[in-house]
Design a protein around this ligand. Structure first.
Ligand code: GAR
Length: 207
């Protein structure tokens, strides 16, 4: 049954290639998806993620930490800029900075992050490398609602990927990203169309 909710406004933050962003942009072409990408922000210039947004005609912005006198000022400026686009959901899609107090005060409970490991294993910026080094046989991707920790928030979805004997960090991360993109698209769409609740860390679809 088509959703009766208005399309949910997504602001997506990126730091790199933006393949997860692209998957969201592509999915949102279909009005039945239930969400639309209204802006894309980054913490650095000259990245493919921003170019993807520009090609799609989506407004972009850059807020670099080094442009501000402190991390707190950067965080507030980032939050102000995101807020101006009136997002229903903020999606960190390969955004390699931790957002701070100001940001979370304003967008807590509606900021999503996708991480290339099965949380709570291997948090941080080296998920695939740390999984490979540990020697796990399966790893994957996790979509979660951002809280004040590092990759510790309530889990929306996880996707499992086998580690192959001949994997290096790049082959493993690329295989994770294939699973990650479809997990992200499927679940952001459901969150947008159905709404969600969080009780005792359990994320459930439905308003
Ligand atoms: C994704 O695998 C994402 O999970 C990861 O960066 C990649 C971005 O790819 N994020 C983190 O590691 C954050 N801790 P993309 O730019 O092609 O979407």
């Amino acid at each position: 049954m088509p959703s009766t909710r208005k399309p949910q406004r997504l602001v997506v933050l990126v730091s790199g290639a933006g393949t997860n962003l692209q998957a969201l942009i592509d999915a949102a072409q279909d009005p039945a998806y239930g969400a639309t990408v209204v802006a894309v922000g980054a913490d650095r210039d000259d990245i493919e993620g921003l170019a993807r947004a520009e090609r799609a005609g989506i407004p972009t912005f850059v807020r670099q930490v080094k442009q501000f006198t402190s991390r707190e000022h950067w965080d507030r400026a980032l939050a102000d800029t995101v807020a101006a686009f009136e997002p229903d959901l903020v999606v960190l899609a390969g955004f390699m900075k931790l957002v701070g107090e100001d940001f979370l005060d304003r967008f807590a409970g509606r900021t999503l992050n996708t991480h290339p490991a099965l949380c709570p294993s291997f948090p941080g910026t080296r998920g695939p490398a740390d999984a490979l080094a540990y020697g796990v046989k399966v790893t994957g991707a996790t979509l979660f609602v951002v809280d004040r920790g590092v990759d510790t928030g309530p889990i929306v979805a996880q996707s499992v990927v086998a580690v192959e004997d001949d994997d290096d960090v790049d082959t493993l991360h690329e295989r994770i990203k294939v699973a990650e993109r479809s997990m992200l698209v499927d679940n952001v769409g459901r969150l947008a169309r159905e709404g969600f609740t969080i009780t005792d860390r359990k994320v459930r679809f439905g308003a």
